[in-house]
Write a protein that binds this ligand. Structure first.
Ligand SMILES: C[S@@+](CC[C@H](N)C(=O)[O-])C[C@H]1O[C@@H](n2cnc3c(N)ncnc32)[C@H](O)[C@@H]1O
Length: 275
């Protein structure tokens, strides 16, 4: 596939505060891919980590973040593959894409894919990953209006919006406005995203990699019903705590899933918006 540089050039990234967190998820995927018992394998993430001139070692102690990203990736890949089985000619919009390579992992040959991120994040992405006739990069904020109209004008197809490790950096009103506009623009569209609980926002030191950057979480959700009440006829297609995915890998944290309030601190939600 000629879309990913075979010999990725070395780059020193220049990223804004929240944008830098894309290097945490890249590192976590690379670490996972190096394991003999990896639950997701994405060797190209290793190449990118090697090529990007950044002190990834600062995340070394972050085993909770590392397994959290790996199980979330595995779950999201599974849901996206299932969506593409149901809708082979779909549109997928990946908000806050960072250096995520899901398109290459799940591509079915017919999906039309849009990776959106802020301009400096997309500039770094462009160094390593090339667009194709079915893979488009969009520069801008997920919170600004233009991208929705643009994507809709590319064709009326079943649509899935993905936001992986992104919404916790927004304010609640911004997320609500984004969901309102998406569900009005893409009627019957689906959304797949993860949320953290208020504990993680209030006590950032509980996180084992984010404090190694200057970024901080701003939005935490108590329960999924707090989101469901925003929409008319939104249906839950899937809801699960990330602690339920590969519990053995969570070490002592696997016991947290027995406590409902802790179980809800990391969850993924897959919704279908009403027609
Ligand atoms: C933790 S990273 C996750 C990256 C990617 N989804 C992954 O799983 O590897 C958060 C991403 O959200 C992006 N982001 C933050 N605010 C954004 C905004 N307003 N619009 C678009 N992307 C944004 C950042 O640039 C960063 O790439």
């Amino acid at each position: 596939m000629p879309t990913l540089e075979a010999n990725p050039p070395s780059t020193t990234p220049s990223l804004g505060t929240i944008q830098e967190t894309m290097l945490i998820t890249l590192w976590a995927r690379a670490r996972e891919s190096l394991r003999a018992d990896a639950i997701i394998r994405d060797e190209r993430s290793i190449d990118l980590c090697n090529a990007i001139n950044y002190d990834f070692d600062r995340f070394r102690a972050g085993w909770k973040s590392q397994i959290g990203v790996a199980v979330r990736d595995r779950l999201f890949d599974r849901i996206v593959r299932d969506f593409l089985k149901r809708h082979p000619e779909a549109t997928i919009i990946n908000l806050g894409a960072g250096l995520d390579l899901r398109f290459f992992r799940v591509d079915n040959g017919t999906v039309r894919w849009f990776d959106l991120d802020l301009p400096d994040a997309i500039a770094l992405r462009r160094i390593y990953i090339k667009e194709t006739d079915r893979l488009t990069f969009l520069e801008g904020s997920a919170l600004d209006a233009p991208w929705m109209e643009y994507v809709r004008n590319q064709g009326n197809r079943p649509t899935l919006l993905i936001a992986e490790g992104v919404l916790m950096f927004f304010e609640q009103d911004q997320v609500r406005d984004l969901f309102d506009r998406y569900s009005a623009t893409f009627r019957g569209g689906e959304m797949l995203f993860d949320c953290i609980g208020p504990l993680m926002v209030r006590f950032p030191f509980l996180h084992d990699t984010l404090p190694r950057t200057k970024a901080r979480f701003t939005w935490g959700v108590r329960k999924k019903s707090d989101i469901l009440k925003w929409g008319k006829n939104w249906q839950v297609r899937d809801y699960r705590s990330l602690l339920d995915e590969c519990p053995d890998r969570w070490r002592w944290m696997r016991w947290c899933r027995l406590v409902p309030a802790l179980r809800r601190q990391f969850f993924a939600l897959h919704l279908k918006c009403g027609d």
